[in-house]
Design a protein around this ligand. Structure first.
Ligand SMILES: [Zn+2]
Ligand SMILES: [Zn+2]
Length: 261
């Protein structure tokens, strides 16, 4: 009897170290236990042994809630002669890592971290709409609209794909790309601020429940629309405003849950 194909597994990682675990202070996802998207909290998740199965990190952008635990992940996964940690991001995000993080002030420079067998971490530059293959997965970066250059990622195992939209304000091209993906199962989309704070959301290029609903309407196909990146101070308000709209496929992201498609 043929074994059933393995599902695409995406875990929305928690970031609260105590108290209400649903609150999301930083962003990280773990795909099939081996690929992280963003490094806000992944370096604090599980033990070093479990983190060592993470071979690739895809960064959406350079804001601290998306990169904060990258040095910790590197520290936890570093071995004397094992493979390097492979980090994938757009050119501006990589430049920021060099200039602002691995600079001998915040953390040792990458050159200092080199081992006899080679570098501890390898940086790979991604370009919007140029697909790369990581393990058995195809990853398509698509640029979105945020205050710094930001990439979203469509990750596919051939049978199902999931879109991790990153931080973004209203955007267009992403939905054209998503529209063409017949196998699209789910979209993780941010809803950072309540509707009352629409002016701040507009200026900081984030979404509110109302603009989340408008973005969802740009995609004419069924998919789970999982709301993430809800600012903890306003979480209850944002959830109520999202639910009040009857948005097709809406789910509220549950930190710690592994989603399977
Ligand atoms: Zn951001
Ligand atoms: Zn963010």
């Amino acid at each position: 009897m043929a074994t059933p194909p393995s599902p695409l597994r995406v875990r929305l990682l928690p970031s609260a170290v105590s108290g209400d675990g649903t609150l999301q202070y930083a962003t990280s996802y773990l795909i099939d236990d081996s690929i992280a998207v963003d490094a806000g909290s992944v370096g604090l998740y599980g033990g070093p042994e479990a983190q060592r199965s993470i071979r690739h990190v895809l960064l959406t952008h350079s804001h601290s809630d998306h990169i904060a635990s990258l040095p910790t992940l590197l520290e936890n996964t570093l071995t004397r002669d094992g493979p390097p940690l492979e980090v994938w991001a757009g050119a501006e995000t990589l430049a920021c890592l060099h200039r602002d993080v691995f600079n001998d002030r915040v953390y040792p420079r990458l050159e200092v971290l080199t081992r006899p067998v080679g570098p501890a971490m390898v940086l790979h530059e991604l370009a919007s709409e140029r697909e790369v293959r990581l393990g058995g997965l195809a990853v398509l970066p698509v640029a979105v609209d945020h205050t710094v250059p930001t990439l979203s990622y469509v990750v596919s195992n051939g049978r199902a794909s999931v879109l991790i939209a990153g931080d973004t304000g209203p955007t267009e091209r992403l939905w054209q790309v998503a529209q063409a993906r017949q196998e699209l199962a789910a979209v993780f989309l941010e809803a950072s601020f309540p509707d009352e704070m629409h002016d701040l959301a507009r200026r900081s290029m984030h979404l509110t429940p109302r603009t989340f609903g408008l973005e969802r309407a740009k995609l004419a196909r069924p998919a789970a629309f999982i709301a993430v990146h809800l600012k903890p101070r306003y979480r209850d308000q944002i959830v109520a405003q999202l639910r009040a709209q009857g948005i097709p496929g809406l789910e509220i992201g549950e930190a710690g849950r592994e989603y399977r498609w």
